[in-house]
Ligand binder design. Sequence first.
Ligand SMILES: *Cc1c(COP(=O)(O)O)cnc(C)c1O
Length: 226
Amino acid sequence: MLAENYRKVAATVKPGVRLVAVSKYKTPEEILEVYHAGQRIFGENKAQEMKAKQAALPQDIEWHFIGHLQSNKIKYIAPYVALIHSIDSFALLKEVNKEAAKNNRVIPCLLQFHIAQEETKFGLNREEADAFLASEEFKTLKNVRIDGVMGMATFTDDTHRIREEFASLHREFDYLKSRYFAQQEHFKEISMGMSDDYPIAMEQGSTLVRVGSAIFGARDYSRKLY
Ligand SMILES: *Cc1c(COP(=O)(O)O)cnc(C)c1O
């Protein structure tokens, strides 16, 4: 069942776009079904849950962290995380840099922008991003690398609004690219699009889509896995 869902979704992902299978609240057994169908990138939004799954599952999985990250939990993911999509403050970026240094590695990160109309979604605005990207202190961070941006559209049926919000994230990407990262080839990622809106996101230039329920089915939030 899951393998079939996965194949259907994977077949709709455009060339050049990477699929992140969002496996939060799903068991290692469920993840393995999708793994055996060929998927290698999985996304989680809780640090301890990701750590437990990383230990239990095949070591060639690329783990992407996609949720709000608390500073005191970075240690659970720093040794192996392949990409943190959700850097929403300079303070967090500096803490990630510290934990990455302890692990002798450079952690690739995306800057999460607030593009939705909802109040509740985390993220930076351009002014906040400018303030730290232009700082001397930012240049001293040797154990993080900024690979691009991430954002979540408003939860709505209004496809015009969703399209406009994804377009606005693309504009933030273009702005940052030209202003700070023009010489840096690795600054190339735009993480946008979930189960209900990833086709619109791809049309607007997404390079990473984060798809959960379309692959794994609805989540049971009462389920306590760890
Ligand atoms: C849960 C989650 C997703 C996946 O959502 P679906 O609607 O199930 O595809 C994508 N991105 C983030 C940040 C999430 O927390």
